[in-house]
Design a protein around this ligand. Structure first.
Ligand code: PLP
Length: 222
C-alpha cells in the first residue's frame, strides 16, 4: 500500500500517450479507483494524491467505508461496480452517485420506484455481459438495445455502458463491441478496462477505467 500516489502517477503516464495516440485528451479518461477490500489508510493515500472517483462492489462495504470520508472530501464520486440485488436498491441509492451495474428489468423497476420516493437524481451505466458468460452479470449484447430503451422509458438517466470481458479472451473485440452498442444507442460513456487491459480499453474509447491492483497493489482478502 505504500506508494498509491506513485502508482497513480505511473498509471497517468501510461494513459497519456495512449489517449493522445487515439486522438483523445488524457483528461477525458476518468480513472476510477476500484477499492474493494481496501481500508481507510489506502483510501486516504489515494485521496491525498488527488483521486476522487472510486468504485465499490458491495453496498454494505461501501456504506461502512465512505460516508465519513465524504465529510472530509465532499467531491468524492462513488460508483457501484459490483452485482446489485434489487432488494438493495434503496441502500445503493443512498451511498452511490452512479450505478454501473444496471442489467435487468427487475432491478431497473426497483431503482425507478425508489428514485420516485427521493430527491435524488442518480446516474447509470448499463452492464453488458459482453462475453456471454454464465457466471457474469450484465444484459446480453443482443438484448442491450431493448434494455436501454426500457430503462430510458422508466426515466432512468442512462449515461453509458460497462463491461468486464472474459478473463481468458483478448479484450479488444469485446471493447469494440461495447463501443458499437454505445454508439448506436447514443451513449457517450464507456466504463471498460482494468489494471491489465486499460490501455487497450482507451484505444477502443473507454471514458472510465476501473483500476484496482495497479493502484493499490495486491488486494487484501476479506
Ligand atoms: C476489482 C474490479 C476491478 C479492478 O480490477 P484490477 O484488475 O485489480 O484493476 C475493476 N472492475 C470491477 C468490476 C472489479 O470488480
Amino acid at each position: 500500500m505504500a506508494g498509491v500516489a506513485e502508482n497513480l502517477k505511473q498509471i497517468k503516464t501510461q494513459i497519456d500517450p495512449v489517449a493522445r495516440a487515439a486522438g483523445r485528451k488524457p483528461d477525458d479518461i476518468h480513472l476510477l479507483g476500484a477499492s474493494k477490500f481496501q481500508e481507510e489508510p489506502a483510501l486516504l493515500q489515494a485521496l491525498d494524491a488527488g483521486l476522487r472517483l472510486f468504485g465499490e462492489n458491495r453496498v454494505q462495504e461501501a456504506a461502512q467505508k465512505w460516508p465519513a470520508l465524504r465529510q472530509k472530501f465532499p467531491d468524492i464520486e462513488l460508483h457501484m461496480i459490483g452485482h446489485l440485488q434489487s432488494n438493495k436498491a434503496a441502500e445503493a441509492l443512498a451511498v452511490f452517485d452512479v450505478i454501473e451495474t444496471l442489467d435487468r428489468e427487475k432491478l431497473a423497476d426497483a431503482l425507478a420506484a425508489e428514485i420516485k420516493k427521493t430527491e435524488k437524481s442518480p446516474r447509470f451505466f448499463i452492464q453488458v455481459n459482453i462475453g456471454e458468460e454464465d457466471q457474469k452479470g450484465g444484459i446480453l449484447p443482443q438484448n442491450a438495445d431493448a434494455f436501454i430503451a426500457y430503462c430510458r422509458k422508466l426515466g432512468l438517466k442512462i449515461e453509458g455502458l460497462m463491461c468486464i470481458p472474459p478473463a481468458d479472451d483478448p479484450p479488444a473485440p469485446h471493447f469494440a463491441l461495447l463501443a458499437d452498442i454505445a454508439r448506436r444507442n447514443d451513449l457517450k460513456q464507456l466504463s471498460m478496462g482494468m489494471s491489465g487491459d486499460f490501455e487497450t480499453a482507451i484505444k477502443f474509447g473507454a471514458t472510465h477505467i476501473r483500476i484496482g491492483t495497479a493502484l493499490f497493489g495486491p488486494r487484501p482478502t476479506s
